[in-house]
Every structure is written in structure tokens, then in C-alpha cells.
Design a protein around this ligand. Structure first.
Ligand SMILES: [Fe+2]
Ligand SMILES: [Fe+2]
Length: 267
């Protein structure tokens, strides 16, 4: 039987873009057919061994060219940035599978389904980007995303707090306004893609909340206190708001947690 950790290794330590998508999809299909072993096997290589494609060139956020959505170049840059987020999200989903062993089978099932959705999101955005005259890798991209994975490589609770319950949750706050902008510009295809992604991402954050709460309790920790503590230790500055409370609640945040995040905005 093929092994989930073997697929993870092939996706994380290989730069091939199309190969990653195909392998991710194949693994999900094997899972659906009950033909994928979730047994831990092989050693866990350090996160610094992860291999990304040579393009896009990665820049610090301050060095990224400014983009205005209402010019053709700006629109291509916008979708290129989204393509990069989704591309890194494929790595993030595989890395949470690969790096954290000995968790319940459902944990690995959930994140493999998420990896496959991220691969689909990437493919949809890339296809749209091609209609705008650019391909993934043609423009520079944001260096910062993967650093959240590196910072949390040895703590599953920190990884869940920082990646699904902070980065991806931020996507839930900002995506509705992006959809409105694209609607106003008459980009129906873009609206459809972002709407699909938005729906899926609610599910990703929800799984993040579920596993965060479950694993915190298993360790005898109170989840809300643990979340606050982790966010404070990983994010020194103020959080970015406003928060999409209604949708964050669907995604497993408690009102207490959102109240606390909002208080921090005004500190
Ligand atoms: Fe995504
Ligand atoms: Fe996601």
C-alpha cells in the first residue's frame, strides 16, 4: 500500500509544480479508495530542506512593487500574489501532515483533503492569471508566508494557531471585499474563483480550530487561553482587523477569542 508520508516527502522536497498537483490529487484519490496507508514511516527531515521552485523570485514585503487592481498589470500582480498564497498553502498542508506524527488518522485525512483543495485553488488562479498574460513565476512573490511554517516547525499547537487560525483566518476577513472589487470590475471568472476559494477556506479554518481545540484539551490545556498565549508569543505587534466575526464563528472561533482579538486592535 502507498504511504501518505511518502507522498508528503515527494511534494515537499521537489520543486515540480505540476508534479505536486498530480501527486496531491493522486494521494487524495487513494485515500478515498481506502488505499493509502496513514502509518508513520521514514524519518522526518528538517523543514529547512523544503524545496521551492527557482521562480518566483521571493522578496521581502517592503520590496514588493505596489499594485493597483484597476490597471492590467495590477490585476495580473494581484492574481499572481493569490497564486503564490495558494501555492505555499499546498506546502503548508503537506508539511502539517509530514512533520507532526502520531496524531489521529482523521487529522491526516483532513489535511490531505485540504492539500488537494489548495492545489485546485492554485490551478484555478493560475489559469485565470494566464488569461491576463502572465504565468506563476513571472513576477516576484512575498517571502514571508513560509516563515510562519518555519517558526512553528516543532509545535503542532503553535502551527495550528498561526497558520489556519491566523493567516488563513485573515483571508476570511479580507476576501469578501476583494470579491466586491472584482464584481465592480466585471471580472465574473475571478469572482467565481474567489467565491469558491472563500467557501473552502472557511472549512480549512474550521478544521484548524477543531484540531487546535481537540489537541489542546488532550494535552490538558484550556484552548482559549492557549490560543491567546501562542498568538502573543508569535505576533509581537497588533493584529490586523477588522474581523469577519460571523464567518470566523462558523470557522470555529469563539466570541471570546474574537473579542480578545478586537481588544488588541485598540490597545
Ligand atoms: Fe486556498
Ligand atoms: Fe486554505
Amino acid at each position: 500500500m502507498q504511504q501518505i508520508f511518502d507522498f508528503a516527502e515527494r511534494c515537499l522536497f521537489d520543486s515540480g509544480i505540476e508534479r505536486k498537483r498530480a501527486l496531491t490529487h493522486q494521494a487524495r484519490q487513494l485515500l478515498g479508495d481506502n488505499s493509502l496507508s496513514l502509518q508513520a514511516c521514514g524519518e522526518v527531515l528538517p523543514i529547512s530542506n523544503t524545496i521551492f521552485p527557482s521562480k518566483p523570485q521571493l522578496l521581502m514585503p517592503r520590496d514588493m512593487p505596489k499594485r493597483r487592481l484597476d490597471t492590467p498589470e495590477g490585476k495580473a500582480a494581484f492574481f499572481h500574489a493569490l497564486a503564490h498564497i495558494e501555492f505555499v498553502a499546498i506546502y503548508l498542508a503537506w508539511d502539517i501532515i509530514y512533520r507532526f506524527r502520531g496524531l489521529p488518522d482523521d487529522f491526516y485525512r483532513d489535511w490531505l483533503m485540504i492539500a488537494d483543495e489548495e492545489a485546485l485553488h492554485f490551478a484555478m488562479i493560475r489559469e485565470h492569471l494566464l488569461t491576463l498574460g502572465a504565468d506563476y513565476g513571472d513576477l516576484p512573490a512575498h517571502r514571508g508566508l513560509w516563515s510562519h511554517a518555519e517558526d512553528t516547525a516543532d509545535d503542532i499547537l503553535a502551527r495550528l494557531a498561526v497558520v489556519p487560525r491566523c493567516m488563513e483566518a485573515r483571508g476570511l476577513d479580507v476576501t469578501p471585499a476583494m470579491i466586491d472589487k472584482l464584481k465592480a470590475m466585471g471580472d465574473d471568472a475571478g469572482v467565481a474563483i474567489l467565491t469558491r476559494i472563500y467557501q473552502d477556506e472557511i472549512g480549512h479554518v474550521e478544521r484548524g480550530s477543531y484540531w487546535f481545540n481537540t489537541l489542546a484539551r488532550q494535552r490538558g490545556l484550556e484552548p482559549e487561553a492557549c490560543y491567546r498565549e501562542l498568538i502573543l508569543s508569535y505576533y509581537k505587534g497588533k493584529p490586523k482587523g477588522p474581523f469577519n466575526r460571523e464567518v470566523r464563528i462558523i470557522a470555529g472561533f469563539s466570541n471570546n477569542e474574537i473579542d480578545w482579538l478586537e481588544e488588541r486592535l485598540h490597545e
